[in-house]
Design a protein around this ligand. Structure first.
Ligand code: HEM
Ligand code: MG
Length: 328
């Protein structure tokens, strides 16, 4: 059953996180890793269970301890992912593919497929992972890494920074428009894509460094090897999607999708965008979550409702009232 989410940590200073208590170990053959380089790294250093199966509280604690992720955003992202990719009854989620270790599945159409599951949270135009239409949406992709490095060289003098983030975010969208007939870039992916473009700057730069320039060897250590650079210090204060406005403003684009052929990108006015943040929440709950759980009962319904409450904690405003797809 769901536990209460942990609150903010007391010590939010920069500190050594590549420490003796958290040695890096390569994942074993049965350990789950997935599309998120942050969570992969936390698992490979033992901040999360090394098998890649975790509770929401473990993820919130680990992102705080290991990266200084701000409590509110950590809770929002974690419960959003958990509601669509985790098992509400056992309170476990895979940070990669589907696993029997998350326990007996709730009835279909629930998926409980872990973070690799396409479209409910994971989405297209990722920086270092390919679109699901090309076969593998979660493994490090060398060709995409080469593009990441190329853009950092061209626009960041060899570093990844917010200027590079704005250019690369737009390029990855253009790549998908031109090559993926199934390309979709609507909410929630519309938001997570821009947020994740800032994460390497906010979380992968050593906390003793203040210039906002991410070294490419350090970036590769996280994206490919799921490993802190040696002696790494976490960020010096709680961080979120700081800089997202600058990334989005570089090349504004409306949420939308290709319509089954390449180069057919069509805006979707039913999707939330940056001017309608509440709609992100409402559509996610009423469409995405409700789509997976059309008619839950008993302990399943209770667990879903608890997790929906935890998700809403981040919104909590009269301008965006809570919605209750399963009743109150
Ligand atoms: C991408 C989940 C925290 C860094 C992703 C993706 C998922 C995910 C599902 C794949 C989206 C996609 O690209 O299609 C989560 C969850 C978190 C979390 C549930 C819980 C709080 C973090 C943290 C960091 C991070 C703390 C950094 C330290 C990233 C980056 C990407 C990403 C950089 C983009 C990867 C790419 O585009 O190649 N995350 N994440 N995430 N995550 Fe996380
Ligand atoms: Mg993706």
């Amino acid at each position: 059953p769901p536990e209460n989410p942990p609150g903010p940590q007391n010590d939010t200073s920069a500190k050594l996180v590549d420490d003796a208590a958290h040695p890096w170990q390569a994942p074993g053959p049965n350990d789950m890793r997935g599309p998120c380089p942050g969570l992969n790294t936390l698992a490979s250093h033992g901040y999360l269970p090394r098998n890649g199966i975790a509770t929401p509280a473990q993820i919130i604690n680990a992102t705080a301890l290991g990266f200084n992720m701000e409590n509110g955003i950590a809770r929002f992202v974690t419960y959003a992912a958990f509601l669509v990719d985790g098992n509400p009854i056992t309170n476990l989620m895979s940070i990669g593919g589907k696993s029997t270790l998350t326990g007996e599945d709730p009835p279909e159409p629930a998926i409980v497929g872990g973070l690799n599951t396409h479209a409910v949270f994971e989405g297209d135009a990722s920086m270092t992972r390919a679109d699901t239409a090309f076969g593998d949406n979660h493994s490090f992709n060398q060709t995409l890494w080469d593009e990441f490095a190329d853009f950092s060289n061209r626009f960041g003098a060899g570093k990844y920074n917010l200027t590079v983030a704005g250019e690369l975010r737009f390029q990855r969208i253009q790549d998908s428009i031109a090559t993926n007939p199934q390309f979709s870039f609507v909410s929630p992916r519309f938001f997570t894509a821009y947020a994740e473009s800032t994460f390497p700057i906010n979380f992968f730069i050593d906390g003793r460094q203040t210039d906002g320039q991410l070294d490419l060897d350090d970036a590769l250590s996280f994206f490919r090897d799921m490993k802190y650079p040696s002696g790494f210090f976490r960020a010096p204060k709680p961080m979120s999607a700081d800089g997202i406005d600058q990334v989005a403003a570089a090349h504004p684009i409306a949420p939308g999708a290709n319509n089954g052929t390449v180069n057919s990108y069509t805006p979707d006015p039913t999707s939330a965008d940056f001017s309608t943040f509440c709609l992100l929440y409402v559509n996610f709950v009423n469409q995405t979550v409700k789509g997976l759980y059309p008619n839950p009962t008993g302990v399943l319904k209770d667990a879903l409702n608890r997790n929906l409450d935890f998700l809403y904690d981040f919104i909590d405003s009269p301008a965006c009232p809570q919605v209750f797809p399963f009743g109150q």
